[in-house]
Design a protein around this ligand. Structure first.
Ligand code: ZN
Length: 454
């Protein structure tokens, strides 16, 4: 996943040392400044361990036989991350270990390779789970879809970070310079460099290609996106299946190591056995609770709609600074649990073989009497703050009358307003895209004025 600092916080980074900040946030239970920072700044956390906080972080270990780096950050941030690394160490990167194959973690690998070449080093050996090449090939096969969903997913938030930069080359989701793994593994693999062991473990979670590593010499856990300092990205509406229960089980396995240092790929590193245990345990509890509640209702024969309306995460957990639903959100995770354990059908018999949205909308509008009535009711609902109903109604209006400027005008406003009140990047992105779509439709109906320009 990819994050950005909370745009509302103009004070940005005040506490330079991420361990100092995480200690304070965990002790107080509140975040008084952003926890996901994209500074491209390197911090040495311990003798021989550093993190560059970025679009996704690079975690680097210095060994007698060269550097071992976890993740390369994204295509645009890769060069800055490599530069930050070089201010800390000039040693060759022996191994680049991918925690998973998302582009914000592997897209910067071209920059890491270019850095090696510039310094006269051999290219780094790239290590990752066996499903990473499968993922990268899938990205190639679904290039257009991935470009479209990324434009939507990141299109509803502040532009300060140039989030369109996930891809390296114009029109390609996977940049041509992206390094594919040289070494892959299935269940676990110990990578020994110099006298340092990196024990790689595979578990499913945000992805099916995830690696987390135990580094016994430092009592450190490198956990990729298993920990991100936001509510787990296990529900993403536009992406392939995620694995909430497997994710929770991985977090429980990590707890057994009693690590001193937790090194995530987003958010803050954490020091202290109790503190690490707290973070891992809270994330696991949130996911376990959602899975348990959803499966219980599924086992009772309830419909997806009933489950969506009733399952939630306790406010106690959801209020923690490391579980804020500002990226993904619990409701989307519930849908993914349904998708993982059930079929695509939601138990509404009318939806098994539906009428088609256009025919259905036309019929409802005909029953109501006019599109104007539907539009005006949608606006009333939006004004009253009931955006769930407002959006359902305005979709009926624009679907029934796809060329109506009035309907699209209302739709653009309703979704723009909804984007503002939503918290998660996922929802904001989709609602902003809907608003932009209606604005574009209105503009396309305006008379072309270009001929009148002198
Ligand atoms: Zn990520």
């Amino acid at each position: 996943m990819s994050l950005h600092p909370k745009p509302r916080d103009s004070t940005a980074v005040r506490t330079a040392d991420p361990l100092e900040l995480s200690a304070r946030v965990i002790a107080s239970g509140t975040a008084d400044e952003p926890t996901n920072r994209v500074t491209n700044t390197l911090t040495e956390l311990d003798d021989g361990i550093a993190v560059v906080e970025s679009f996704s972080h690079m975690v680097a270990f210095s060994t007698e036989a060269g550097l071992v780096c976890f993740d390369a950050s994204g295509a645009l941030s890769g060069a800055a991350v490599a530069e930050a690394l070089r201010r800390w160490s000039k040693e060759p990167v022996d191994s680049l270990i991918y925690t998973h194959g998302h582009m914000d973690h592997v897209g910067g690998s071209g920059a890491v390779a270019a850095d090696a070449e510039a310094l006269g080093h051999r290219p780094p050996r790239v290590v990752g789970h066996a499903n990473i090449p499968v993922r990268l090939q899938r990205y190639e096969d679904t290039n257009g879809y991935n470009l479209a969903i990324n434009a939507r997913q990141f299109g509803g938030v502040s532009r300060q970070l140039n989030l369109g930069s996930l891809r390296a080359g114009a029109g390609r989701f996977v940049g041509a310079d992206t390094l594919w793994p040289d070494v892959t593994y299935h269940d676990h693999l110990t990578v020994s460099v110099g006298d340092t062991d990196f024990v790689l473990h595979h578990d499913k979670g945000e992805t099916d290609d995830h690696t987390w590593a135990w580094v016994p010499g430092h009592r450190a856990l490198c956990v990729g996106d298993f920990v991100t300092w936001v509510f787990p990205n296990a529900g993403n509406p536009q992406k392939v299946q995620r694995y909430p229960l497997e994710w929770a089980r991985a977090l429980r396995r990590m707890q057994a190591f009693e690590a001193e240092l937790l090194l995530p790929a987003h958010g803050l590193p954490v020091r202290g056995t109790a503190e690490v245990n707290l973070i891992l345990g809270d994330l696991a509890s949130a996911l376990e609770g959602l899975v348990d509640a959803t499966l219980e209702l599924m086992n009772d024969g309830e419909s997806l709609d009933t489950i969506i309306q009733s399952v939630e995460v306790s406010e106690d957990l959801l209020s923690k600074p490391w579980l804020q639903p500002v990226y993904d959100e619990p409701e989307f995770v519930v849908r993914n649990i349904w998708r993982l354990y059930g079929g695509w059908w939601d138990l509404n018999p009318a939806k098994l073989k539906s009428a088609g949205e256009a025919a259905y909308a036309a019929e409802i509008v005909r029953l109501v009497g006019s599109t104007e009535k539907v539009i005006s009711r949608a606006q009333e609902m939006a004004t009253a703050g009931d955006f769930r109903l407002a959006c359902e109604l305005i979709e009926l209006a624009t679907t029934a009358e796809p060329e109506s400027v009035a309907a699209h005008g209302a739709r653009a406003e309703i979704y723009a307003a909804r984007r503002r009140i939503e918290r998660s990047l996922m929802a904001k992105g989709i609602y902003a895209a809907a608003s932009r779509e209606s604005t574009a439709i209105i503009e396309s109906t305006l008379p072309d004025q270009s001929d009148q320009t002198p």
